[in-house]
Ligand binder design. Sequence first.
Ligand code: NI
Length: 248
Amino acid sequence: MLLHLSTWQEIDEHLKKSKAILIPIGSTEQHGPNGFLGTDALCPEIIARAAAQQTDMLIAPTFSVGCAQHHLAFSGTITLRPSTMIAAMQDWSASLVRHGFEKLYWFNGHGGNTATVSAAFSEIYAERSFSREKKNDGDLAQKLRNWWELPGVYNLCQDIYPAGDGMHATASEVAVTYAAYPEAIKTVEMSPKIAPIGEIRDAEHYRRSFPDGRIGSDPSQATPEDGARIITAAASALAKEFAAFATA
Ligand code: NI
């Protein structure tokens, strides 16, 4: 069930049986020569929608712009500062809590978000702890899960791409988006075949270190068929984990 295609009455009804919601969270940033700028927002959205066919799951709109300052030397990238992202997550969370949601499952597609998401959780919990009035509110549990860390998913991606899955613009994330949007697939030859690896600093340093945007990957291996396998595995692991979180 998608929040943005529901009415307020339907959300009221949903809240009578479940106080849990999944929020896909990602980034809008370059993903090398053949990956979509939306890759990190699309992957959790695609997997969550597949999981929602297996279990009762309310999906929030995708928090689709995250922490991507290091990609800003590539056109199309949009970023929030960590402080802005924390503030935005506080407002999303406070809005949902006001309606009675008590379990927020942030389903993430971008490694660069994790530190900021954890800091946002700490801010949100701290605000509740400082406020005496909040002591009568319901409980609040927030969870962060990176899609590639769901049980079984990392190993499957390694099996499919033993070489060149990589760290950024990975073959597996590109495959997931290709499975969902085959009409937008790009065919590009990679040079070098497998991209360099190294440290991430600011945008200009990144562009010098990783000229076409990839880190350690050869995403020309990505196919929609591989993506479909990854989505199936990730969706069933997510359905199980979300159901356990929602009923804990
Ligand atoms: Ni990515």
